[in-house]
Design a protein around this ligand. Structure first.
Ligand SMILES: NC(=O)c1ccc[n+]([C@@H]2O[C@H](COP(=O)([O-])OP(=O)(O)OC[C@H]3O[C@@H](n4cnc5c(N)ncnc54)[C@H](OP(=O)(O)O)[C@@H]3O)[C@@H](O)[C@H]2O)c1
Length: 390
């Protein structure tokens, strides 16, 4: 008898990670049954995905778009709803596997709701872990949830880190392509436009993470993400520039062995890994072609030009919720840059200035609840906005 299909939901199905996930699931209609899909504004794509996957529920976060989604899915069996509470409802519908692929802190409540089911959550939404790492990991333990990393670097670490040998790990090394401006001088960085910053050399991704990759704030967020996911102190998490994006991370052990995972720069590989885990899924994604000469370079990152990598180190022993301030200031700065209201080289300085002022205005301790996380986020966001544009 054929096994019952695995029930799955995708939070943020219209984004870059979401669309790759939809493609993988659509290739195996017998194996997966789609419970819920969500988006914020993209009604057209959400409706098309719901039809293609015969989804049980489609939710649009923007409540003003309810009628549009209802009309687009008229005559189909898919249930339709809208608004922030409906996003939470989607995350709480029972499913064996839930992809968390909303961008930014907006993904935090839906992700925590998904974790509360006690099944498997594939985590792409790194900002939720950056802002609420201790609370999220406590919820994972409390509910017996399997949290699988989707970020290619963390997925690579997950694949090669042997938890039985945890005390023998010297460090993990996350690789970074360096983004589109790896060789830019400080003067050149000052002049880059949103269009240039959105053109990543090796990965195809959503707008926010593309800008984060260009400033290397993405790697700073990933260092915090790795600290919580693998329960390691920050000083055991290192970063190396690797422009080819073939080696996604390394785990170095005390005997000098370095284990790594390699694959072409295609998000379908780590997504498929989480979708099928602990089994493997055949995909038609890009392949790392070993039938040609390949160069693999590792470089030390230049902390003068990419200051986010040095800035993140002040989070290591922080007890004031500074990671929330870092994330909030960055979300504000990136939105301003994309709107043409901030220069590229003034993104990280805004984050630095909010982090410098944070100890004075922080409520003073690590947030005890998710409501606290949003209070801290609001304070940091207001501070970042009050700094004006640059
Ligand atoms: N892209 C990658 O390759 C990649 C790799 C590793 C990790 N990640 C992480 O994965 C997450 C998603 O990245 P992405 O590149 O896929 O982003 P994206 O392309 O911008 O997609 C974001 C998704 O979230 C939805 N969304 C946006 N704002 C929302 C809100 N306020 N409330 C609810 N839903 C909202 C969007 O809906 P609409 O389409 O309707 O706006 C879309 O479905 C990020 O945390 C990113 O750091 C991405």
């Amino acid at each position: 008898m054929a096994a019952a299909p695995k029930t799955v939901s995708i939070l943020g199905s219209t984004g870059s990670v979401g669309q790759n996930t939809v493609d993988l699931i659509a290739a195996y209609p017998q194996r997966y049954k789609v419970v819920a899909l969500t988006a914020q504004n993209n009604v057209t794509l959400l409706a098309a995905q719901a039809k293609k996957l015969n989804a049980g529920l489609a939710v649009i976060g923007n409540p003003d778009l309810y009628a549009d989604l209802k009309a687009a899915l008229a005559g189909t069996p898919t249930e339709v709803s809208a608004g922030p509470d409906a996003l939470i409802d989607a995350a709480s519908r029972p499913a064996d596997w839930i992809m968390s692929a909303i961008v930014g802190i907006a993904g935090l409540r839906p992700t925590l709701t998904a974790i509360g089911q006690g099944g498997t959550v594939a985590l792409a939404n790194k900002e939720s872990l950056v802002c609420a790492g201790p609370l999220m990991m406590a919820a994972v333990a409390r509910h017996g949830t399997t949290l699988l990393p989707v970020d290619s670097e963390h997925n690579a670490v997950f694949q090669v880190l042997d938890p039985r040998q945890k005390t023998a790990i010297s460090r993990i090394i996350l690789t970074a392509s360096g983004g589109p401006f790896l060789r830019h001088t400080l003067a050149e960085l000052a002049a880059v436009t949103p269009a240039e910053a959105l053109k990543h050399p090796t990965w195809s991704m959503g707008a926010k993470i593309s800008i984060d990759s260009a400033t290397m704030m993405n790697k700073a967020l990933e260092v915090i993400e790795a600290m919580y996911l693998f329960d390691l102190p920050m000083h055991k998490i290192d970063v190396r520039i690797h422009p080819q994006s073939l080696v996604h991370a390394m785990v170095e052990y005390i005997d000098g062995s370095i284990l790594t995972q390699m694959a072409a720069a295609d998000m379908r590989t780590p997504i498929a890994h989480t979708l099928a885990w602990p089994e493997r899924l055949a995909t038609t994604g890009q392949r790392f072609d070993l039938n040609q000469n390949i160069h693999i370079d590792f470089e030390m990152p230049d902390l003068k030009r990419f200051q986010a990598l040095e800035l993140v180190r002040s989070i290591e022993n922080d007890e004031t919720g500074m990671a929330i301030a870092l994330n909030a200031a960055n979300e504000v700065a990136v939105a301003q840059f994309l709107a043409g209201k901030r220069h590229f080289d003034q993104i990280v300085p805004l984050v630095r200035s909010v982090m410098t002022m944070w100890p004075e205005i922080s409520p003073g301790a690590m947030p005890a609840t998710i409501d606290d996380v949003f209070t801290y986020d609001g304070i940091a966001r207001a501070l970042a906005e009050s700094q004006g544009s640059a």
